[in-house]
Design a protein around this ligand. Structure first.
Ligand code: ADP
Ligand code: ASP
Ligand code: MG
Length: 416
């Protein structure tokens, strides 16, 4: 059994979908589960729909229309027969979505977000499944919400492993080609939940774990995991082999090529993860597995832009101790801030955070009641694993360093 994951970039248009089909034919799709994300930038487009809905913005319908138009063009490109059932199936999802928008009474942003955002994956998998059937790659479309069960921590739900394992063990046919949605799950009341942005890699790992898969491949627009994001670094090098531990570290620090939660279930069962190019599917890509030394052994660079550096000191020069630190972390948890770096001294505490859910103002409001607060927005966080002095110089050149932290294997630099 193998699990393949295709991200938004691989299915951003009709040619992308056709390429997925060609790839399956080339590499084989026996006993395969395919996990797919929303097409292209659909998740961002649906986020705009949600924002307009909450802002009572007149542009709600036009934002929704954009999403419809985008998918419709892809369908028209893929299916010559205008009476093909795909048109009805997709229209049905948009009707459901409209129905939700007009009847919803919940003011809970995160809940509403998950009910709307999931249509990206439901629609993409429907189109791809129908297209594969059309060209005789017979497959079975699965609603992932009937398999992956979570709590109701909307937008970052936690998997209920027991329930999920039981469902997958009892009603999953391993002998056919299956296709399902990444990113989604459902809560105990069967409302849609999501596993966090970019969470489809994690979905692939959850299935691989529960199905005891032989391996997982995530198909990307890059040759594999590189030692730096090629968008920001010239001459990024392909990493041929990485250990689970190294990959977990890279993903944790923000190497956006793999979702950080993906590795944990895989390493538990020693299921290898391959990261390969959907443009060159026969190239070896990167293999991630157990007890592997990084090959080649080179510094790995990770950059996270748009981070926030908050420095706190006590109002009366008293020490910042366990009690205040625990208050600070409670607030960070409450506002779903992702903490990237922590540094503290006797009377000061600095934390670099990713303001994913736009809660910074609320957080600062609370902190200012208790501390003297300095806040730098829009800073970049650079992490170098296996650093050399040369690598550090390269990062620091021409920048104002606001915070720096070195451990044996990793250096982190927050800069403007
Ligand atoms: P998906 O289509 O699966 O969602 P993403 O766009 O999320 O794919 O991830 C692929 C992108 O990740 C690449 O195009 C690349 O810009 C970026 N990236 C960041 N860090 C790395 C890295 N270390 N190696 C390879 N790609 C990286
Ligand atoms: N479509 C979701 C996102 O863009 C999940 C994913 O792509 O992994 O975040
Ligand atoms: Mg992605």
């Amino acid at each position: 059994m193998q699990v393949f994951k295709f991200g938004g970039a691989s299915v951003k248009d009709a040619d992308g979908v056709k390429n997925v089909a060609a790839l399956l034919i080339k590499v084989g799709y026996k006993n395969t589960l395919i996990v797919v994300s929303a097409m292209g930038k659909t998740t961002n487009a649906l986020e705009l729909v949600i924002k307009n809905y909450f802002d009572n913005n007149a542009e709600l319908q036009s934002a929704l229309q954009e999403v419809k138009k985008y998918h419709n063009e892809i369908i028209l490109d893929l299916f010559e027969n205008e009476n093909h059932q795909v048109f009805n199936k997709v229209a049905k999802f948009f009707n459901e979505l409209n129905q939700f928008l007009s009847s919803n009474k919940s003011p809970d942003y995160n809940f509403v977000y998950d009910q709307i955002i999931g249509y990206g994956e439901l629609i993409s998998t429907t189109i791809i499944s129908e297209y594969l059937n059309l060209i005789d790659i017979k497959n079975n479309w699965i609603d992932v919400r009937e398999h992956i069960k979570t709590d109701n921590y909307y937008r970052s739900a936690h998997v209920n492993w027991e329930d999920t394992q039981q469902r997958i063990s009892s009603n999953f046919n391993k002998n056919v080609l299956n296709i399902t949605q990444g990113f989604l799950g459902s809560d105990p009341n069967n409302f849609t939940t999501t596993l966090g942005r970019e969470g489809s890699d994690y979905t692939a790992a959850i299935f691989a774990y529960c199905l005891n898969a032989d391996h997982v491949t995530i198909w990307k627009d890059v040759p594999g995991v590189l030692n730096a994001d090629p968008r920001y670094f010239e001459n990024a090098q392909l990493l041929n082999k990485i250990s689970y531990r190294e990959a977990i570290e890279l993903a944790f620090y923000g190497a956006s090529v793999i979702h950080p939660k993906t590795l944990q279930p895989l390493q538990g069962k020693e299921i290898p993860l391959y990261v390969k190019s959907f443009l060159n599917p026969e190239a070896p890509g990167t293999r991630i597995g157990k007890n592997i030394t990084l090959d080649p052994m080179v510094p790995c660079f990770i950059v996270k832009k748009n981070q926030v550096l908050i420095s706190l000191s006590s109002l009366d020069f008293s020490y910042i101790v366990e009690e205040n630190i625990s208050d600070i972390f409670n607030l960070l948890h409450l506002y779903k801030m992702k903490v990237d770096v922590i540094q503290n001294s006797a009377i000061s505490f600095s934390v670099c955070i990713d303001n994913i859910y736009n809660n910074l103002d609320k957080l600062l409001h609370h902190l200012k009641a208790k501390f003297k607060v300095t806040c730098h927005e829009n800073v970049s966080l650079y992490t170098i694993r296996h650093y050399t002095q040369n690598a550090i110089n390269q990062i620091e050149e021409g920048k104002t360093v606001l915070l720096k932290q070195l451990t044996q294997e990793t250096v982190q630099v927050v800069s403007k």
